[in-house]
Design a protein around this ligand. Structure first.
Ligand code: SF4
Ligand code: SF4
Length: 441
């Protein structure tokens, strides 16, 4: 690291619109308690790829002692934004705000190489638009079911192409029949609450069965469920990649849609979306029209495991004999502080044995579009997680985020371990409906 002597003649590498805040940076006392939980530090052991190192790089850029060049940017591109460093920090450094502000600055001020820019644009224009994702369902189904995918993999075709293409093939979801969620699902028994369901983009297209299970369980627990069909992407991928303007636009639309739906609580079953909508107040803090509404909206948002664990169970849980390895999604455990609730729900199911996966604070490598833009690091982290899961001899892995489901499925199938990965709510739904585990797989 460079010396601390400031060169006041050099301008900051950041522009003046919300650079990473000096007072947040100064809270870091360089103790290093965050290092053991940081996945990129665990992989490479480099200070510049640790939370402490990245905060120091921000400080240098803020003070004009580092340029926003390729090398400097690479350390922030390599950060998963998993936020494992936050609960590990005894000084309360808000790394999430720092990395978000840094990423916005990078996207505004750093000219990315053309290919990188195009790749990112493609990902955003596809994964944040459910109507475009929907168009991919039939071609994907043909690709998977006619044996083309298996044949291309067998001849090693993807080794000849850029790694990001191979990563995309690895992570393709299995196309299953669509299960629609009604615009309104009535509560069973006396109504406890009227809730809105955020459908997600990838979730509603490729994990519609997870949304359907969520609506069924909520209804069985006495919630009237409203799923506004006009809802758009919540903007999570844009926020996590520093694309602030698009993220704000989508946040305003999401607030409008759910305000019109007149619901008491907004329920989210994708951890990446949940952590995003809970931060709308911060995202829209400068907005004179939406700022206060964004805070009120964020206060109403709950992960599905949070809201269900607030109720005493009403629907009977029927036995489901299975060994379940529970995987904590980073955006649930670190960003939202939700760890106990999904375990509590699983333990309510008679016959279910819940097992802990070692190194639970460490990310599986999914992290939004991370596994598509940083395929090598993501693959290493996925394989590391798979090596920890396999010895548990679980029948199934449960988690609360579609990105983690795809990442873990890819890692487990690379190692030829046929352990299925499902959303936590699917297990609860199966138990309430009296279905065997095999019905989910
Ligand atoms: S967000 Fe995750 S990858 Fe980034 S510095 Fe923190 S622990 Fe490391
Ligand atoms: S634990 Fe907190 S204070 Fe210590 S080095 Fe990491 S970010 Fe800085």
């Amino acid at each position: 690291m460079a010396s601390d002597s400031k060169k006041p003649d050099l301008p900051s590498a950041f522009d003046t619109h919300h650079p990473p805040a000096q007072e947040l940076i100064e809270k870091c006392v360089h103790c290093g308690f965050c290092l053991p939980v940081c996945p990129t530090y665990a992989l490479w052991g480099q200070e510049a790829d640790s939370p402490r190192g990245r905060i120091y790089l921000m400080k240098m850029a803020l003070e004009g002692r580092a340029e926003m060049n390729e090398k400097w940017v690479s350390h922030f591109d390599a950060c998963l934004g998993c936020l494992a460093c936050m609960p590990a920090c005894p000084s309360g450094v808000e790394y999430g705000k720092l990395i978000d502000a840094t990423r916005v600055q990078i996207e505004r001020n750093y000219p990315r190489p053309g290919a990188d820019k195009l790749h990112r644009r493609f990902l955003f224009e596809t994964f944040t638009k459910p109507e475009r994702l929907k168009l991919l369902r039939w071609p994907l189904l043909a690709y998977q079911k006619t044996g083309i995918q298996a044949a291309l993999r067998a001849i090693g075709w993807f080794k000849l192409l850029p790694k990001s293409v191979g990563a995309m093939d690895d992570l393709l979801p299995n196309v299953t029949p669509t299960e629609a969620v009604a615009a309104r699902t009535p509560a069973q028994g006396g109504k406890r609450k009227r809730v809105g369901l955020l459908l997600g983009c990838v979730q509603r297209t490729f994990f519609s069965h997870v949304n359907a299970a969520t609506a069924r369980v909520l209804a069985a627990e006495g919630c009237e469920v409203v799923a506004p069909l006009e809802q758009v992407c919540c903007g999570a991928l844009f926020v996590h990649a520093g694309e602030e303007a698009r993220a704000k636009e989508l946040a305003r639309k999401t607030i409008d849609v759910f305000d019109r739906a007149n619901v008491e609580t907004i329920v989210i079953n994708a951890a990446g979306c949940g952590s995003n909508v809970k931060e709308y107040g911060h995202l829209l803090r400068d907005d004179s029209v939406y700022g206060e509404r964004a805070k009120r909206f964020a206060a109403k948002c709950r992960d599905i495991s949070e809201i269900l664990s607030e109720f005493s169970p009403r629907a009977e849980r029927k036995p489901l004999r299975a060994r379940v390895a529970f995987h904590d999604s980073c955006h649930l455990q670190h960003a939202q502080g939700v760890r106990a609730q999904p375990r509590l729900l699983l333990r309510q199911i008679p016959g279910m044995q819940v097992m802990e996966i070692p190194e639970s604070p460490i990310c599986c490598g999914s992290a939004g579009i991370y596994n598509l833009v940083q395929p090598d690091a993501a693959k290493e982290l996925g394989d590391r997680k798979a090596r920890l899961i396999v010895p548990l001899q679980a029948d199934v892995v449960a988690t609360g985020n579609p990105g983690c489901i795809l990442q873990l499925q890819a890692a487990l199938s690379r190692g030829h371990h046929g352990i299925p990965v499902v959303h936590t709510i699917q297990l609860l739904d199966a138990s309430i409906r009296g279905l065997p585990l095999g019905a989910l797989l």
